[in-house]
Design a protein around this ligand. Structure first.
Ligand code: FES
Length: 154
């Protein structure tokens, strides 16, 4: 169930739009920020607020890869696996993250600190390989830089 705070924030956000549906991505982001992820119940609640069908809103949620439809750890690592990053060292980084965190793609570390997810191009191919941690983009990566970056997220 949506928290009262999330509902209020969504209602405020929706005032900016002529059509409530136009605020669907922002509404889902609010839910995620408040609850960590978007459950089926959250989706039903938001669909009702936006006067959308559940299927329509689920389509938005699954299209937008920064909306999590399953629980994630405290920090989500999105590792770019598109062509430039793949050429520039994706495998090496993925191996390193697997060893360091003890998890594969789609998994969450035992301490619930990180969830590791694949993502398509993050739009910064000139600085491949690239990953995001939460909302932060990290580029020109190598294993040493990854270690330093992970240390910033507790
Ligand atoms: S291919 Fe990774 S940022 Fe574009």
């Amino acid at each position: 169930m949506l928290s009262d705070e999330a509902k209020k924030e969504i209602e405020t956000e929706l005032r900016q739009y002529e059509q409530k549906q136009a605020g669907s991505v922002e509404a889902l982001k609010i839910v995620q920020r408040r609850h960590g992820w978007v459950s089926d119940q959250h989706l039903r609640d938001v669909a009702e607020m936006l006067e959308m069908s559940l299927e329509e809103l689920d389509g938005v949620a699954t299209f937008y890869n920064l909306i999590f439809r399953r629980p994630v750890g405290r920090h989500a690592i999105l590792l770019c696996d598109s062509v430039s990053c793949w050429i520039m060292g994706y495998d090496r980084l993925y191996q390193h993250l697997q060893n360091r965190l003890g998890i594969g793609l789609g998994e969450t570390s035992k301490d619930n600190r990180f969830t590791l997810l694949p993502t398509c191009c993050l739009g910064d191919c000139n600085h491949a390989p690239v990953m995001m941690v939460d909302e932060d983009l990290h580029r020109d990566l190598d294993p040493e830089k990854v270690d330093e970056i992970l240390g910033r997220y507790q």
